[in-house]
Design a protein around this ligand. Structure first.
Ligand code: ZN
Length: 486
């Protein structure tokens, strides 16, 4: 849910008189490859006769019926909520709450054709808990409830996603923000889209921070031309043409401090529906890609599916004689209420179709259209500044230093070493931002494509020279032995 919805629901459910209260909201589904998320869309407040507030607050069937038909006209499902004013943390269901939700399950499903969602708010620490009712007999508990704002707030269901043990090598990290924050950050499922110079660096640092699950998405392979920026990639990686995600996985495993640590490799394109549904399984996404089309897909997901996207990039500029003129790098976090990439001028919507057609790589088109070729300059000495800026956004989003969340979009100007806060504001009519929390009704920007599939297929079917394969086997053997050192 967004901050706006969370605040409205919390204000209603936490009463000045300390009594319990009830509320109904509507939701949309966001369906990932493995995870289903309910996105709360609107709050349907009770009127005078809609509920009883007396110790154990209760709904009237009139309220449930009215809300269900309102939700149905919006194309939404129904969420019934209640509060436990004196409670802390993730809440289970009392017998009476179980019976109430189970009783209304059928009404809600018959009218909306969607499962009932039950939610509880614990008053003392504003923890949320949630469950789906796919049938009347027993609920399916959620793994977490996420309130998405510049200060991401997650309540975890400790039974389904256990608190990772703090390991010996994490002591200094934990002393920076405390065990409670570490326990939340470590459980976030974070996806890095693009495993180039910036993505690879971000990946290794997240693994070292103690995150238990990190995903990397890239369908490209390492080439010799990448070795000046992909720190940790070797000549053998380039000679074998290893997938970038495999290199990222290897480097992450060697720097990971969580036990166990899980790295998920996705050799897919984010511009394909397969890539999108994979991304929907994650809690936070790093956008480490520079093309307009993939960036447009991530820009949309940040709002339509309420997954914070941390984005940035670098542009280097030279004088006509080849000397360096300037460098600018940026970092910003896309969450509802903050401007999207298009509103920030970081995504030119008109370039998306050109990227789809491959025209941005076509020198003839670029010359004919009288535009500049996309800048491909990047140097290792500066890409660390970009990954550093993105990771600082991540820390603000998740650890809230000084009680603050992510800042206004940042721009660092190298020639003068100035850091600017952008004054860009959220676009009232922005086509991305107005589609907040629409989930599976999102505008399809991704398309089924064969080009990236062909690249991945060709790689998996080609065989390297025997000498290189022998080296790879020795390398594998050594790595396995090293990883067993405790
Ligand atoms: Zn926008």
């Amino acid at each position: 849910m967004t901050e706006e919805i969370e605040t409205a629901m919390r204000k209603h459910l936490i009463r000045d008189d300390g009594q319990e209260d009830v509320l109904i909201a509507s939701y949309r589904l966001s369906t990932g490859a493995e995870r289903t998320t309910a996105l709360i869309r609107s709050v349907i407040f009770p009127d005078e006769h809609d509920r009883h507030v007396h110790g154990n607050a209760s709904f009237t069937s009139r309220y449930v019926l009215r809300a269900s038909s309102e939700a149905q006209t919006l194309g939404d499902g129904v969420a019934v909520l209640h509060s436990h004013p004196g409670a802390l943390g993730w809440q289970g269901l009392s017998r009476m709450d179980w019976e109430t939700e189970s009783e209304y399950e059928r009404v809600a499903r018959r009218i909306t054709k969607m499962p009932l969602l039950g939610m509880t708010l614990a008053g003392r620490d504003t923890s949320w808990s949630a469950r789906f009712w796919f049938d009347k007999s027993t609920p399916t508990w959620a793994e977490s409830v996420r309130a998405v704002s510049p200060k991401l707030a997650v309540t975890w269901n400790d039974e389904l996603r256990q608190i990772p043990r703090v390991t010996r090598s994490q002591q200094r990290t934990v002393s920076s923000w405390g065990e409670r924050t570490q326990a939340s950050i470590a459980r976030l499922r974070v996806l890095i889209v693009g495993s180039g110079s910036v993505g690879l660096d971000v990946a290794q640092r997240l693994a070292a921070t103690g995150l238990a699950t990190v995903g990397v998405m890239d369908y490209d392979a390492v080439e010799a031309v990448n070795l000046d920026r992909m720190i940790g990639a070797t000549r053998l990686d380039a000679a074998l043409g290893r997938p970038k995600v495999d290199v990222a996985a290897r480097l992450m495993k060697s720097s990971a401090t969580a036990e166990p640590f899980e790295v998920l490799r996705h050799e897919v394109s984010i511009t394909d529906p397969v890539g999108v549904s994979t991304a929907l399984d994650y809690d936070v996404i790093f956008s480490c890609v520079d093309r307009p089309w993939p960036r447009a897909v991530l820009n949309a997901i940040a709002y339509s599916d309420l997954i914070p996207v941390i984005d940035g990039g670098i542009a280097l500029d030279t004088f006509p004689d080849g000397r360096m003129r300037n460098g600018i790098w940026r970092a910003h976090t896309l969450v509802p209420g903050s401007p999207c990439m298009a509103c920030l001028g970081q995504l030119v919507v008109g370039d998306i179709p050109l990227d789809k057609e491959g025209l941005l790589d076509d020198p003839e088109y670029i010359l004919g259209a009288n535009r500049d070729a996309p800048s491909r300059q990047n140097v290792a000495a500066l890409s660390a500044s970009v990954s550093g800026a993105l990771l600082a956004q991540f820390v603000s989003l998740t650890a809230h230093p000084g009680g603050r969340g992510t800042p206004a979009p940042l721009r660092y100007i190298l020639s003068t070493h100035t850091l600017e806060h952008s004054i860009a504001s959220s676009g009232q009519y922005c086509p991305y931002e107005t589609r907040t929390a629409i989930g599976d009704a999102r505008t399809p920007i991704a398309e089924h494509r064969d080009d990236w599939r062909a690249i991945v297929h060709e790689r998996t079917t080609s065989k390297a020279q025997i000498r290189l394969r022998a080296l790879a086997a020795v390398e594998n053997f050594l790595q396995r032995r090293i990883s067993r050192i405790r």
